[in-house]
Design a protein around this ligand. Structure first.
Ligand code: 5GP
Length: 119
């Protein structure tokens, strides 16, 4: 679960502006953008800025509250914009748990009644 933060991970590149993304929200605390391989229409990722946290467990506790406020803010914006029937929040810690990009992120995945739910 723990290890060195890799400055070359994809989300670090996005934060530096070295990699493009479709931005949904940005302030001094967090950046939200569309997932490039969406599990559903509107699949959005929210990442904290100015931290080297690979996952939720490594996030400095004092930075967690402000970051989670942004996750809620973006989830509400997704709800307003798309009017889904439900919204899934997911967050994976460590490769065995399904994490593939090692900069903390929450997935916001809109769901519609009648659409099957993937992983
Ligand atoms: P994880 O499994 O680590 O929680 O999910 C990482 C997510 O990042 C995946 O849903 C994947 O589709 C997304 N992703 C990977 N590379 C890129 C990229 O270059 N741009 C964007 N916008 N999303 C990415």
């Amino acid at each position: 679960l723990h290890g060195p933060y890799d400055n070359e991970n994809i989300f670090a590149k996005i934060l530096r502006g070295d990699m493009p993304c479709v931005k949904v929200y940005e302030d001094d605390i967090a950046l939200a953008f569309m997932d490039v391989f969406p599990q559903a229409d509107g699949h959005t990722l929210v990442i904290p800025k100015n931290v080297t946290a690979r996952n939720f467990l490594e996030m400095p506790t004092e930075k967690l509250g402000p970051y989670m406020e942004r996750v809620q803010k973006v989830a509400k914006a997704v709800e307003r914009a798309l009017g889904p029937d439900g919204i899934v929040l997911t967050q994976f810690n460590g490769e065995p748990a399904g994490q593939t990009v090692f900069h903390l992120h929450f997935h916001i995945i809109p769901r519609r009644r009648g659409h099957s739910v993937g992983t």
